[in-house]
Design a protein around this ligand. Structure first.
Ligand code: NAD
Length: 492
């Protein structure tokens, strides 16, 4: 099912084989043949049209997931692992094609997109390995009169909802864990970025995932899909990654059926730099923490809290680096930053920079952006950002580094924690005691210590406060798709 495509050369080669319909037992068009357009944020051109599914299609997808649930739950862990290993291999075999599709649908640089494919494949490998490890407990009861046995069972059919910023890896992080646990899944990718998930569905099918084990359903109206599914008693779990407001709404809707949920929501990561930090290391890691995905990362550093003694040197170096970022077409090998996702993202960046400057912040570095079409935003460093600037409280989700100066450790911790979010945080210091003390006081699910990158397939990724519930990755990510059954047996 391919459409005529307007993109030239490598673009059409990457796109022409993307399935356009949704997968239940096989690729299908949406009811009524409805479609929606996918645009390239670098050119604003339509690059594909895909199935625009509605409630009827959503229920068909759940029919398939429910029908396959018992067979997949009872498959041996090794058989499930084999399918996951084959998906890993297929993703790596299709690395370049997948990377090009990611670059086209979201404007991420081709180098970062290749990294995303590797990261996504690593989730399938990790969960293939984890699928065969038992997590059970067998122990005499305290009084010795009975024996306690716990069994981890798959929760059942799951709805997996993903955001646009890391379209393939966020899908992989959910799908790999769900399938490893023995759950079947309906994957609903973000409206902006359905293409890489459609290819993932195709690769899973080719890798031997039985019909209904993974269904990919695309829509321009997410609520039309999610509301009937959340109301259906056959659905046993929702795993959502996206913004806090949408997560809150879905939690309310899930409450009616006391549905199991995992929520990976927004962040507002503080990046703390103490006077005793290694300056070069701090600046290098700051750029990594800020500029990954062009700042469109939930764990991206949103606020640089810098101690007064190192602030001038840190600001000068960071300003210089931000001004030197090469912004351009994301498919070009030497481009360091492509466009943002859409015009709303660019408007938000502009609004937050203008607000900070109006309140006294100073622009200390700004890169050039290409003329012409595309949702480009200039990498910008701001110094002396006051505590009441909107950027100190809102996720900027763009290439803006906002520096706020502090004098004491206690002040830094108070400012860092002054947010409803608690996803990632970063501490740069040469003193291990300070690193541990500050990390213990930061209200966050993850703390990077002298590192600007916390994501790892083997680690529990997730937040506290309004950044979410549950964890993804590592053994903890598997447990999110399991429910415990306790067997009470006679004592010996
Ligand atoms: P979003 O909340 O707008 O959308 C996320 C998903 O929810 C998409 O698939 C979208 O189609 C769907 N959706 C939107 N409205 C819906 C509704 N009313 N009912 C049902 N589904 C709906 O978020 P986004 O803009 O795609 O992603 C950016 C956000 O995601 C940021 O806040 C970022 O911090 C967060 N994020 C979090 C993590 C994490 O692991 N914590 C990872 C990546 C992104």
């Amino acid at each position: 099912m391919t459409d005529m495509l307007t993109a030239p050369s490598w673009e059409s080669a990457a796109l022409e084989s993307v399935p356009r319909g949704f997968l239940a037992h096989d690729w299908q068009p949406a009811t009524g043949g409805r479609t929606f357009e996918v645009r390239n944020p670098a050119t604003e051109e339509v690059i594909a049209t895909v199935a625009d599914c509605g409630a009827q299609d959503a229920l068909k997808a759940l029919d398939a997931a429910a029908a396959a649930a018992d067979q997949w739950a009872l498959a041996s862990p090794r058989d499930r692992a084999t399918v996951l290993h084959r998906i890993t291999d297929a993703m790596l075999e299709h690395r370049e094609r997948l990377a090009r599709i990611i670059t086209l649908e979201i404007g991420k640089t081709i180098r970062e997109a290749r990294g995303e494919v590797d990261y996504a494949a690593a989730y399938f490998r990790w969960y293939a390995e984890e699928a065969v490890r038992p997590h059970a407990r067998s122990t005499p009861s305290p009084d010795g009169k009975s024996h306690i046995v716990t069994v981890a069972e798959p929760v059942g059919p799951c709805l997996l909802i993903t955001p646009w910023n890391v379209p393939l890896a966020m899908a992989a992080r959910k799908v790999a864990a769900a399938l490893a646990a023995g759950c079947t899944a309906v994957l609903k990718p973000a409206t902006l970025t359905p293409l890489s998930s459609l290819v993932l569905g195709e690769l899973a099918r080719e890798a031997g995932a039985p019909p209904g084990v993974l269904t990919v359903i695309t829509s321009s109206d997410p609520a039309a899909i999610t509301m009937p599914l959340l109301a259906d008693p056959r659905l046993r779990k929702l795993s959502f990654t996206g913004s806090t407001p949408v997560g809150r709404l879905l939690l309310q809707q899930s409450g009616a059926r006391v549905l199991r949920t995992s929520m990976e929501l927004g962040g507002n990561a503080p990046f703390l730099v103490f006077d005793d930090a290694d300056l070069d290391l701090a600046v290098r890691e700051a750029v990594i923490a800020k500029m990954r995905l062009g700042g469109q990362s939930c764990v991206g550093a949103n606020r640089f809290l810098v101690q007064e003694g190192i602030a001038d040197a840190f600001a000068a170096a960071l300003g210089e680096q931000m001004a030197a970022v090469r912004v351009g077409p994301p498919g070009q090998e030497d481009t360091e930053l492509g466009p943002l996702a859409d015009h709303r993202a660019v408007d938000k960046v502009r609004r937050l920079v203008e607000d900070a400057v109006a309140r006294g912040a100073v622009v200390i570095g700004k890169a050039d952006i290409p003329d012409g079409p595309g949702h480009y935003a200039a990498p910008t460093a701001l110094d002396h950002v006051p505590a009441d600037a909107a950027i100190m409280h809102e996720e900027v989700f763009g290439p803006v580094a906002a520096i706020h100066r502090f004098s004491t450790e206690a002040e830094a911790i108070a400012v860092a924690n002054n947010t409803e979010h608690g996803l990632a945080s970063y501490v740069m210091t040469s003193h291990i005691d300070r690193a541990r003390r500050v990390a213990a006081r930061l209200q966050a699910g993850m703390v990077g210590i002298n590192r600007g990158l916390v994501s790892d397939v083997g680690a529990p990724f997730g937040g506290v406060k309004q950044s979410g519930l549950g964890r993804e990755g590592g053994p903890e990510g598997l447990h999110e798709y399991q429910q415990l059954k306790y067997l009470s047996m006679p004592g010996f």
